[in-house]
Design a protein. Structure first.
Length: 334
């Protein structure tokens, strides 16, 4: 690992500027080397603001840059498939924002394209790379809370006034289930190590926001009569929490997916009649995510979260969206 991987950023999205580019700077094995926008001036301004050496006025130009090892795709959801396929064809490794695609079928096509091209493809669920989730999984496996009876998770925020936001464009893959509901679905699958069998979701589709789901509440049924109950929203007070309820105890994560401040990664364990705080290291999850991908590329070791996992997560998202639209329980194919 004598060199750092050179990253190219496709687009000047807020998540790239706010979190991923700073995370690359903090990582051990990566550096942001180029950024592209369909607006050359915007690319240049962003490059200057973030100290990125090269700015391109098209995504194609960045993909043609032979010095770029990895491409990060923070584009609107409906563009994930196209630019993942094109990046794979260009021989670039790929970190693509969540959700990986608009459907499980699209995600499977993207995974197959990456495999054919011999490149790594990772979905950008950065929270999974924070070490606290290893600790939580160890506590569950040890029986610290007994047998798991249920998982509850929520992720909401309110930017409903920003009517021009890409999250509010139906054809672009807008809506709260795609944007933040994917997190509770992902974390339940991560912790239970199983796939859901059925989904029942009720949603508020807002006429003011191109008919996308601005709030959704759902139930995912897992094997062994365990369920995830969740809600997600883009027109609600901010929350991002997780609870894992067991027969003998409880795990509470007050800031389940975002850890913006020192100590915000800590969580609580209630067992034996005592509730105590579990302190974990302050880790930049975006940097950890980038370094995990880099080690896989440089060492040839498998990704911890294989791209097929993104296909399985999309199957659950597909079921949730179908349930919400048709107001019925949807069974998932095993």
């Amino acid at each position: 690992m004598s060199r750092k991987l050179r990253w190219g950023i496709l687009g000047c999205a807020a998540i790239a500027k706010r979190a991923v580019i700073p995370g690359l700077r903090l990582s051990e094995l990566n550096e942001p080397a180029a950024i592209a926008s369909r607006d050359a001036d915007k690319a240049k301004q962003t490059a200057e603001a973030f100290g990125i050496p090269v700015a391109y006025g098209s995504y194609e130009a960045l993909l043609a840059d032979e010095s770029i090892d990895v491409v990060y795709i923070p584009l609107p959801n409906h563009l994930h498939r196209e630019w993942t396929l094109r990046a794979a064809e260009a021989g670039k490794h790929i970190l693509c924002e969540k959700p990986l695609a608009l459907t499980a079928a699209e995600a499977a096509e993207m995974v197959e394209a990456a495999e054919r091209a011999g490149v790594r493809l990772a979905e950008a669920f950065m929270y999974r790379h924070h070490p606290r989730y290893d600790t939580i999984k160890e506590l569950i496996a040890s029986g610290a809370i007994g047998k798991v009876r249920g998982v509850r998770s929520v992720f909401t925020f309110n930017n409903a006034g920003d009517k021009g936001n890409v999250r509010f464009r139906k054809a672009w893959g807008g809506g709260s289930i795609y944007d933040v509901g994917c997190y509770p679905i992902s974390v339940a699958r991560l912790l239970l190590e199983q796939e859901p069998e059925a989904a029942t979701v009720q949603a508020f589709f807002s006429p003011e926001h191109d008919g996308v789901d601005m709030m959704a509440s759902g139930l995912l049924e897992f094997p062994d009569s365990v369920a995830l109950t969740f809600d997600c929203g883009m027109w609600a007070a901010p929350r991002n929490t997780l609870e894992v309820l067991g027969t003998d105890g409880l795990i509470e994560v007050p800031s389940a997916f975002l850890t913006p401040q020192p100590g915000s990664g800590n969580f609580y364990l209630t067992a034996g009649g005592e509730r105590r705080e579990i302190a974990v290291p302050d880790v930049n999850a975006y940097a950890a995510q980038a370094d995990h991908l880099a080690r896989s590329i440089l060492d040839g070791t498998p990704l911890r979260f294989e791209p097929a996992d993104a296909v399985r997560n999309m199957k659950a998202i597909d079921a949730c969206l179908l349930s919400a639209r048709e107001r019925r329980r949807v069974e998932l194919e095993s």
